[in-house]
Design a protein around this ligand. Structure first.
Ligand SMILES: NC(=O)c1ccc[n+]([C@@H]2O[C@H](COP(=O)([O-])OP(=O)(O)OC[C@H]3O[C@@H](n4cnc5c(N)ncnc54)[C@H](O)[C@@H]3O)[C@@H](O)[C@H]2O)c1
Length: 189
């Protein structure tokens, strides 16, 4: 129960890596907030996990500063604060570079890059106000450094996450907030 009493927010927690993170943190004693656009699956998994789990429906493709603040506030309402944010929700769109649709490029950036920026800001503000530090984990990818010809938006977003993480990490040192990124290779989720 090494995370007993901690409050952990995980985006994209209705399935895949986000759900695995939520299950593991919960098993280790944390209070978990599952955030996902797939409300039914999020609710189902939060109910299965039980007392220390709540779910929040949010479409992060429409994330604004207000939405980010409300997600962090909802975690605080449920469990009294926030100790860990895992920016995990992510999408991919594949197309040849010359045919890559502008809307798809924007959609991927909004979910993969802008939402982590806004949620990171909101979480950091809450953690600074709490005064007990915290941890922010951004889900990057091997595609932060490895180019694949038909995934320009995804690669750009994950490369952006790499630098977002670095800037947040050095910027938040005085507040004892650690910021890391994880860069998995391919995992069948
Ligand atoms: N699986 C891999 O091979 C792999 C490799 C490297 C990085 N990653 C990264 O890990 C993260 C999770 O990947 P996964 O394989 O578990 O993906 P997945 O597709 O299985 O799950 C992603 C989750 O994000 C949610 N999501 C998508 N759009 C959303 C939105 N607009 N608002 C809120 N939630 C939204 C989905 O509903 C889903 O539950 C992603 O950021 C992905 O880029 C995955």
């Amino acid at each position: 129960m090494k995370h007993a009493g901690k409050v952990v927010i995980i985006t994209g927690a209705a399935q895949g890596l986000g759900l695995a993170c939520a299950e593991r943190f919960h098993a280790d004693g944390a209070n978990v907030v599952l955030v996902d656009v797939k409300a039914d699956r999020g609710r189902e998994h939060a109910q299965r996990l039980g007392e220390r789990a709540v779910w929040l429906e949010a479409d992060l493709s429409a994330c604004t500063a207000d939405m980010a603040a409300s997600i962090i506030a909802a975690a605080a309402d449920a469990f009294g604060g926030v100790d860990v944010l895992i920016n995990n929700a992510g999408v991919i769109h594949l197309d040849d570079f010359v045919d890559f649709p502008e809307e798809a490029f924007d959609w991927v950036q909004r979910i993969n890059l802008k939402a982590p920026f806004l949620l990171g800001q909101a979480a950091a503000r809450a953690m600074i106000a709490q005064g007990r530090g915290g941890s922010i984990i951004n889900m990057s990818s091997i595609n932060a450094i490895l180019a694949i010809p038909n995934s320009v938006a995804y690669a750009v977003s994950k490369g952006g996450i790499k630098q977002l993480t670095a800037v947040m990490a050095v910027g938040l040192i005085p507040h004892h907030i650690r910021v890391n990124a994880i860069g998995p290779g391919t995992i069948l989720t």
